[in-house]
Design a protein around this ligand. Structure first.
Ligand SMILES: *Cc1c(COP(=O)(O)O)cnc(C)c1O
Length: 373
């Protein structure tokens, strides 16, 4: 390998429809949050997920904040969240003045461990937020059962899991509210953007009011409570609709990528590949691997060696409880051994939708060379 290929960790694929619709939106003059693409994107996204309602927002983070605000979660309330996740899942709990209660992960799926949830429930608990990390569904049956037993809401953070399924159900459609992100590296993108989905007519009405400054439904410019401006623009929705037309292909590409990595990386001692679960469809937002003790070098060295060969990678998230932001939070004082292990050992390989066969094969042979097998 004399001239290394450059393999970026992610590159978005912008479809011709996205470009065409955005040009049409520009032509039409409807560039703010009124315009046909908003409605179409919401309707088609709801249809894709098989839910009644979808509401566009400005990001995944604001979709989650809007979800919690819609459920009246506020000061004094507790929300059960995975310790191992991206901060976009947790910050909205703080925006509401509520308290995140961290729960450790399962080592195979990286997702919240349902067997650890019940002992964290108190009188203050209002909701559980499973996050479907890296495209793999959380174990929803026990989570939904615990929520039902204790009368708690379930808000799914499906920001990394468009099209992923659990026992035939689409991620984001199983809880009271599901939230998605359309950041540039997500499975479909609007540049920046998000979506809140629900089957509940009352919740959707409240979410629509809150996202648009909470004008009184009877009287515009009259405000009985605090709202937000979380309105997506028609231009972003045009991009989203154009992307959504190709989501099935995108998901197939992700699965092709995972199959090829699995084949190409087979048998490398100490490199743990993502578990394949029979009951769920992983959409491999990112192809995450763990560097175990038996690997010839530590994760940072491996990542540096890959970088030298032109292969860009990213570290896993940190344990939330280890973040300086939470140094005074009682629930962050506990230990989260699995989450800690994941952040120490995990990183992800190039996983973008633009990946070619040549690039995946190059990454695999670079890794094999480094592991010298
Ligand atoms: C991307 C992401 C978010 C936040 O989405 P933004 O659109 O970047 O605000 C939230 N949760 C998870 C798990 C994410 O991956």
């Amino acid at each position: 390998m004399t001239s290394p290929l450059k393999v970026p960790v992610n590159e978005p694929v912008l479809t011709k429809e996205a470009k065409q619709y955005v040009a049409e939106a520009m032509e039409s003059g409807w560039i703010s949050s009124a315009g046909k693409y908003i409605e179409q994107f919401e309707a088609e996204f709801a249809a894709f997920l098989g839910v009644k309602h979808a509401v566009t927002t400005t990001s995944g983070t604001t979709a989650i904040h809007l979800a919690l605000a819609t459920l009246n979660i506020g000061p004094g309330d507790e929300v059960i969240v995975p310790d191992f996740t991206m901060m976009g899942s947790i910050l909205p709990v703080l925006y509401c003045g509520a308290t995140p209660i961290f729960v450790d992960a399962k080592p195979e799926t990286f997702n919240i461990d349902p067997s650890l949830i019940e002992k964290k429930i108190t009188k203050k608990t209002k909701a559980i937020m499973p996050v479907h990390l890296y495209g793999q569904s959380a174990d929803m049956d026990p989570i939904l059962a615990i929520a039902k037993k204790h009368n708690l809401y379930v808000v799914e953070d499906a920001a990394e899991a468009h099209g992923a399924t659990y026992k035939g159900c689409l991620c984001g459609s199983m809880g009271d509210i599901g939230c998605f992100s359309f950041y540039a590296n997500k499975i479909i993108t609007t540049g920046e953007g998000g979506m809140l989905v629900t089957n509940d007519d009352q919740l959707v009405a409240r979410a629509r009011t809150l996202k648009d400054l909470a004008h009184s439904p009877q009287k515009r410019f009259w405000h009985e409570e605090m709202g937000f401006n979380y309105r997506m623009t028609n231009l972003q929705a045009a991009v989203g609709l154009g992307q959504l037309k190709h989501i099935d292909e995108f998901i197939k590409h992700k699965q092709w990528m995972a199959d090829r990595y699995r084949e190409g990386l087979k048998g490398i001692k100490g490199l743990r590949l993502p578990a394949v679960k029979k009951d769920s469809l992983n959409v491999y937002w990112m192809y995450g691997v763990l560097v175990e003790e038996s690997f010839p070098m530590a994760k940072d060295e491996l990542r540096a060696a890959l970088r030298e060969k032109g292969v860009d990678t990213r570290d896993f998230f940190y344990s939330s409880a280890s973040q300086p932001l939470f140094k005074d939070l009682p629930s962050a004082k506990e230990s989260f051994p699995v989450s800690k292990m994941l952040s120490e050992r995990g990183f992800y390989l190039p996983s973008g939708l633009a990946l070619t066969e040549e690039q995946v094969d190059y990454v695999c042979s670079a890794l094999r060379e480094i592991a010298s097998i």
